[in-house]
Design a protein around this ligand. Structure first.
Ligand code: URA
Length: 485
């Protein structure tokens, strides 16, 4: 019997070198005992992987086996090394073994890979960064603590590097760590200590979660399978779940009892058209933005004004460096006459604040100024404005830009992009890269917060929210790099 001790906590390269050497010596799988360094047992006569490598030989295996082995070796099952060696051994004579899904070894391999993928997926969705006070070399620093089931940190670190490339971060776990400083990604399989940090991001997650929680659609089983309880302890928002579930029934009853909200009568909207005008219809002497707002209040350029409560014009200081353009007002905005104050507005507000942008200092408007919807019973359901409606409203948006003179314009979603550029493009193609506009203005494109709210898959939703927040951090960064006027 040969005992092989893996010293590098079972890293793939070490197993591969040892396996190659054993295969070269013709050692059958049942003759090998695999163990990790420090796992006790009878070490007398045990070879370390590096002893074996000296006698290694060239062995060819398919790319699909290498990929499968790289994934399966991240599993915490102590039998993984021997399983992989047994499959490698068999592959020398059974070339199509991996296609035999009913084979017990192959089935076990598939199970390990599936578990590893799931764990990695959960890590991407449930890692919660917290900001550490000290800024280093002008970069903000974040730490996160996560408890994976398997050794997936190195494997999953690339995702975080791509997604959070413009901040420094450390993800510490009991099964290794990963750190990024803008230059290099360092990973380790050594257990890391839990970093101590709590910041206002925790509160942000809680507010966000409380917002997207729909009491009328609670499916506790599905929710716990998507967000298994074992992850809760490291997720700030999870502390809300028991209370939200307990109060769900009452909230649904309250929602049902609430009266349908009635928009004001049509004649009030027509009167708005004449507000701010002299008897003869000429405009009174108002500042340009105010005049524009009043003119827009009576806009009848497209049929959307017939069913909307009122024009929802932009809001913010008369001269602002950053302007955000959304799609169109939602139900809440239509009734209140103000942009981004409903559920999407809350997601927007939180992400803006997290990026260190003061909403009161930016101008917020929409590509289309009237709410387009369809009635379903008492509810008014959002409908996306079509290209014609966007084209009619472009005039107002261009006037707002002319008056506000922002240096950065942020398009929230595809409709805003269409309005600002006069062409349609998939958001993924234009997202995150500054696009020059007229008058030295920069356009940045990101997703629309309502699109995030509508996502049914909680993992995807959480990832999209992170991406949205990271885009707004990008806006903030771009703003910080602009020379002062
Ligand atoms: N969605 C938008 O695009 N704008 C709003 O004002 C609200 C929701």
């Amino acid at each position: 019997m040969r005992t092989v001790t893996l010293e590098g906590r079972g890293a793939f390269d070490e197993w591969r070198d040892a396996a190659r050497a054993l295969l070269g010596d013709g050692v059958a799988p049942e003759q090998v005992r695999w163990q990790l360094a420090g796992q006790g047992g009878d070490l007398f006569g045990a070879a370390t992987a590096s002893d074996l490598t000296a006698r290694s030989c060239e062995i060819s295996v398919s790319k699909s086996f290498v990929e499968a082995a790289e994934a399966a070796i991240c599993h915490s099952d102590s039998e993984r090394f021997s399983l992989l060696y047994r499959i490698l051994w068999r592959l020398q004579h059974e070339r199509s073994l991996l296609q035999v899904t009913s084979d017990a070894d192959v089935a076990q391999l598939t199970r390990l890979i599936k578990n590893v993928r799931r764990d990695s997926h959960k890590m991407k969705a449930f890692v919660r960064f917290r900001e550490v006070d000290a800024v280093q070399a002008g970069r903000r620093r974040f730490v996160a603590w996560f408890e994976p089931e398997h050794f997936i940190v190195s494997r999953t670190a690339g995702f975080f590097q791509r997604r959070f490339t413009d901040m420094d971060w450390l993800i510490a776990t009991p099964k290794g760590s990963a750190a990024w400083n803008g230059q290099a990604l360092k990973t380790s399989r050594e257990p890391a200590a839990r970093p101590e940090a709590e910041d206002e991001t925790d509160e942000l997650w809680r507010t966000y979660f409380a917002n997207i929680f729909n009491p009328a659609r609670v499916k506790i089983r599905a929710m716990q399978s998507e967000m298994p309880k074992k992850y809760w302890k490291n997720m700030p928002e999870a502390s809300l779940i028991p209370d939200l579930i307990a109060g769900a029934e009452r909230r649904v009853a309250e929602m049902a009892a609430r009266e349908a909200r009635q928009p004001p009568a049509f004649h009030e909207r027509l009167q708005a058209q004449w507000r701010g005008r002299e008897e003869d219809g000429s405009s009174v002497d108002l500042p340009p933005l105010e005049r524009l707002r009043q003119e827009a209040a009576g806009c009848t350029r497209c049929p959307l004004h017939c069913h909307a409560t009122q024009t929802v014009f932009g809001e913010g200081p008369v001269v602002a460096e950053i302007m955000f353009v959304g799609e169109q007002p939602g139900d809440t905005e239509d009734l209140a006459g103000r942009p981004f104050i409903g559920p999407a507005g809350q997601v927007f507000d939180e992400a803006v604040a997290a990026a260190g942008i003061d909403r009161s200092q930016v101008y917020v408007t929409n590509a289309v100024k009237h709410f387009k919807y369809e009635r379903r019973g008492k509810r008014r359901i959002h409908m996306r404005p079509d290209a014609g409606e966007v084209a009619h409203c472009r005039w107002w948006v261009s006037k707002e830009i002319e008056i506000i003179r922002p240096r950065i314009v942020v398009a929230l979603g595809a409709t805003a992009y269409l309005s600002l550029r006069g062409e349609s493009r998939p958001i993924a193609e234009v997202r995150g890269m500054p696009i020059p506009l007229q008058d030295n203005r920069m356009l940045l494109v990101t997703t629309h917060p309502s699109a995030i709210l509508r996502m049914p898959d909680p993992d995807l939703k959480a990832r999209s929210l992170e991406a949205f927040r990271s885009d707004l951090l990008g806006v903030r960064r771009l703003f910080d790099t602009l020379p002062a006027l």
